[in-house]
Design a protein around this ligand. Sequence first.
Ligand code: PLP
Length: 334
Amino acid sequence: MSKQQNKLSTICVQGGWQPKNGEPRVLPIYQSTTFKYDKTEDMADLFDLKASGYFYTRLQNPTNDVVASKIAALEGGVAAMLTSSGQAANFFSIFNICEAGDHFVSAASIYGGTYNLFAVTMKKLGIECTFVDADASEAEIEKAFRPNTKALFGETIANPVCSVLDIEKFARIAHKHGVPLMVDNTVPTPLNCRPFEFGADIVTHSTTKYMDGHAGTVGGCIVDSGNFDWMAHKDKFPGLTTPDPSYHGLTYSESFGKMAFITKATVQLMRDLGSIQAPQNAFLLNMGLETLHLRMQRHCENAQKVAEFLEKNEQVAWVNYRGLKSSPYHALSQ
Ligand SMILES: Cc1ncc(COP(=O)(O)O)c(C=O)c1O
């Protein structure tokens, strides 16, 4: 096992919840809608984002935040938030920087639910998406960009076609056009690929899949690398770089720096759209994450054996698995 695999395995088990002396060994479930304060002023400061803390679980909950911090550590990001589903994670990521009249570009080979969200539902909100062949040349993909383009999106390993995204290529294109690269990293999980290391800016997850791992809880997560400089493209991202009237004119980028994206998604989108993950589900997700390193290794070993077996079988017309040398994505995925 490599040094990095060892480190990630340790985070799976020990990351997130760090009990102090005498505190519970296992992450507690904060099954509480509200949090108690002695003074009205304490609550007022939380409402106005002058202090950090918890007051209402629709926005934030301590159990969720601990699990989000474990996923942030696994991905190597600066901040993360849990959502009620993977759909909510992808919706929030785009909607956090796109509004009516804006446009974004996405790889065409993505999960069908995400495709519908981008092609049909986002359109009803006035946000248009252009789909591109992720394997096309940089010049070809760049043709999809417009002056009002705000993001580039792709899946590391697309569900269900299993194509592998050239994250470095996508990051180059996104950054050339002054927009962040968002990568849905559901299928490989950070145990097999950490998109920030290849230039992605925002990572999303459907934690419903391998992260939970027991088919028990639907959930999602958004992680920010903290690397995208919103202020360098001030005019493109007014939601992050100009005052928010719903917080007395606070500007997220100025007040929260590298935490701006996740803070806005939490205090504005989660407040208004309410897609929080239930703390019970976050607890179960954390249990799943504790064995993610073991399960992913076994999944990959099993899949490799099945793929090799099928490839040798004369009755099988074709096998699509990136672990096989015959896959056009073999070299890229290595
Ligand atoms: C790659 C990917 N992203 C997002 C989603 C949506 O996640 P959820 O079902 O948790 O809403 C899925 C679901 O299959 C998926 O496979």
